[in-house]
Write a protein that binds this ligand. Structure first.
Ligand code: AMP
Ligand code: MG
Length: 340
């Protein structure tokens, strides 16, 4: 069982001299927690008094507390879930309506593998509790009867979204855990693009990473891909220029073990059990965070045979690490991947 750890904020500033007449670039670094995960920021800026790392952290906390959380009663998703069964439905913000439209699109394209209505099943497995270490030593499998009942209350085919009016049937529950971090990257990207002083950044929100602009020495951004069999090591590195979003879904990120079997947090909607496609880790490279995050979850459930064409349909690149350590990747990914 993995435990969350709290990391104090450390802001370091290093100054890079960029030649005569040019403004100096400062490197702002911080490690914090937000959205229930670790946020690592490296920002290059010409503003020596920059508060960017704090502002980005506040932006992520706001996203969780006011929009996406399934557990906090301050969020829009909580309120929408609370409205389940209302005949008149509920009116969504334009942001959440757009997010749900995109989720429904990936649900269709993935033949139901990606499904943000799995809330009742995710809740029954107590996946959020694993992250907090609440179930250590006391985990037991959900009863079959309860799992069947929860699965019966899932399915994106049962929800309706007309413009911004949303109908969620009684007993159903949205869970946007599969895209929250990616949406976080998209909001961070908007922030970075709106700040001229920022010349480059690499920011990770849990298993999702955003690269932006360039480093003062013009070298490429390096994003390590974790070895699922030994999470202290990488199987390789992506070497990237400019702006990208990279998301990884892995069976080592959140799990519990019982009688030698690992139960992880990515659920196959066809069974209600952790997905069993032979894959241990999937990394997706895309231009936007929503897509990289949604597709990494979908591809994990589908495996390489169906996941590879799915990523291709969205213009994304994908890399699979199977349980036996085999690595398979899309043609486009080969340009960026360097084996460790
Ligand atoms: P990720 O780590 O991005 O792959 O997202 C995993 C999280 O998404 C889980 O902790 C659940 O909250 C949620 N989830 C699990 N299975 C699915 C699925 N099949 N479709 C959509 N969301 C899921
Ligand atoms: Mg995801």
């Amino acid at each position: 069982m993995k435990k969350f750890f709290v990391v104090a904020t450390v802001c370091l500033t290093a100054v890079f001299c960029c030649g005569c007449g040019e403004k100096q670039t400062h490197k702002m670094q911080s490690v914090d927690t937000a959205m229930g995960t670790v946020i690592q920021q490296n920002i290059y800026t010409t503003d020596s008094g920059s508060k960017d790392t704090e502002e980005i952290l506040a932006l992520l906390s706001g996203l969780e507390e006011q929009e996406l959380s399934r557990r906090l009663d301050t969020s829009e998703v909580w309120k929408v879930n609370d409205s389940a069964g209302w005949e008149e439905g509920s009116m969504l913000s334009s942001e959440l309506a757009e997010i749900l439209e995109r989720c429904l699109n990936v649900w269709q394209q993935s033949e139901g593998a990606f499904d943000v209505t799995l809330g009742p099943v995710v809740s029954l497995w107590d996946i959020d509790g694993w992250a907090a270490g609440e179930r250590e030593g006391s985990f037991s499998l959900p009863e079959d009867r309860l799992l069947r009942d929860a699965l019966g209350r899932c399915g994106s085919g049962k929800i309706q979204l007309k413009d911004r009016r949303f109908f969620l049937p009684e007993g159903m529950m949205l869970d946007l855990g599969a895209v929250g971090k990616g949406i976080g990257l998209d909001r961070i990207l908007d922030y970075l693009e709106g700040n001229e002083e920022i010349t480059g950044a690499i920011i990770s929100v849990g298993g999702s990473v955003l690269t932006f602009g360039e480093k003062p020495d013009e070298s490429t951004w390096k994003v390590g891909i974790t070895n699922p069999a030994d999470t202290s090591a990488n199987i390789g590195v992506l070497s990237l220029e400019g702006q990208w979003c990279i998301s990884t879904s892995g069976d080592y990120e959140r799990y519990v073990e019982l009688d030698g079997v690992r139960y992880h947090h990515i659920i196959d909607p066809a069974t209600g059990y952790p997905a069993d496609s032979g894959v241990s880790g999937v990394t997706v490279l895309a231009k936007d965070g929503f897509l990289s995050d949604a597709l990494s979850t979908a591809c994990f459930i589908l495996g390489p045979e169906k996941g590879m064409p799915l990523a291709e349909r969205y213009g994304a690149e994908v890399l699979f690490v199977s349980r036996d350590g085999r690595v398979q990747m899309s043609e486009g990914m080969k340009k960026y991947f360097h084996k460790s």
